[in-house]
Design a protein around this ligand. Structure first.
Ligand code: SAH
Length: 239
C-alpha cells in the first residue's frame, strides 16, 4: 500500500476518530491526522479503535488543513454534497485508483459530521470525491466514509485473497486438446450430427470460463477417455 494519509477536519465525536483508526488499520493504512478535533485524546476514541490504538496514538493534531497536507503531492476532498464550484470531481473508485497509481504521499480529507468540509477546505485539495449513495440521504457516517475509501484503496493494491490457492492456468494448447478430445468422443459416440454446431457451442461455453485451470482440463479429458474405454481400470480414477 502506498503511503496514504487520512485527514479528519474538525471531527466532533471522538468515537468517530477511533472508528476511523480501526477502519484504516484493517485496510493497512496508518497515517491519521486530525485538524482541530473537538476533543482528543478521549476514552471514546480508544474504545472504538479497539486494537487500532497504535494508529490513534500515532495520530498528529494540526491547527489547519493546509498544515496537515503540506508535504502531500495531492489531496482528495470527500464530500457528500455536489458543489457548484469545486476541483475536479471523481467517484471514490476512480479516486482510489488515481491515488494508488501516483505512488506518492497523498491525502484523503474528510469533513465535520454535521457541517462537512468548508469551500476553503475543498479548494485546498486538487480533487473532490463522492461516494455514490442515495440522493435523498447521501451522507454517510464519518468513520464509515473513511472505511469505504480505505477499502477502495485496498482493492486497488490487493485484489487476490492472499491465502487462496493459485493453480496453473490452462493454455490455448490445453484448450485445443480438450476440444479435439470432445470432438473425438462426440463423433465416436454418434452424439455429433454431421452439420452440428457443437464445436462452436463448446468453444462458446468455455469462453465464459475465464480462468480455467490446467488440472480442470485434465480432469475433463480423463473423464472423456474413461467414457470412451469400455472396461476401465481404477488407476485413473479421480478422488
Ligand atoms: N452533512 C455533511 C456530511 C457530513 S458526513 C455534508 O452534507 O457535507 C462527514 C464526512 O464524511 C463528510 O464531510 C465527507 O467527508 C464524508 N462523507 C460522508 N458521506 C459521503 C459521501 N456520500 N461521499 C463522500 N464523502 C462522504
Amino acid at each position: 500500500m502506498p503511503p496514504i494519509r487520512i485527514v479528519l477536519c474538525r471531527p466532533s465525536h471522538p468515537g468517530n476518530i477511533g472508528a476511523a483508526a480501526r477502519a484504516m488499520k484493517a485496510m493497512g493504512l496508518a497515517d491519521l491526522r486530525l485538524v482541530q478535533p473537538e476533543r482528543f485524546p478521549a476514552p471514546e476514541a480508544q474504545w472504538m479503535a479497539t486494537n487500532a490504538v497504535d494508529v490513534l496514538e500515532a495520530a498528529r493534531v494540526h491547527a489547519t488543513l493546509r498544515e496537515a497536507i503540506a508535504d502531500c503531492e495531492a489531496a482528495f476532498a470527500l464530500s457528500a454534497r455536489a458543489r457548484e464550484w469545486s476541483p475536479q470531481v471523481l467517484d471514490v473508485r476512480s479516486a482510489a485508483a488515481r491515488a494508488v497509481e501516483m505512488n506518492a504521499l497523498v491525502a484523503f480529507v474528510f469533513g465535520n459530521e454535521t457541517a462537512g468540509l468548508t469551500n476553503e477546505e475543498v479548494f485546498a485539495c486538487q480533487f473532490l470525491v463522492h461516494i455514490p449513495s442515495n440522493p435523498q440521504f447521501s451522507s454517510l457516517n464519518l468513520a464509515q466514509a473513511v472505511q469505504v475509501v480505505a477499502y477502495e484503496l485496498r482493492m486497488c493494491v490487493d485484489v487476490a485473497m492472499p491465502f487462496a490457492r493459485v493453480e496453473k492456468r490452462a493454455t490455448v494448447e490445453d484448450l485445443e486438446g480438450l476440444y479435439a478430445h470432445l470432438e473425438e468422443a462426440a463423433s465416436a459416440s454418434g452424439f455429433m450430427a454431421p452439420n452440428s454446431r457443437l464445436r462452436e457451442r463448446w468453444r462458446r461455453l468455455f469462453s465464459r470460463v475465464p480462468a480455467l485451470e490446467r488440472e480442470e482440463v485434465n480432469i475433463l479429458r480423463g473423464l472423456l477417455k474413461a467414457l470412451m474405454t469400455p472396461k476401465h481400470g481404477g488407476d485413473e480414477r479421480q478422488e
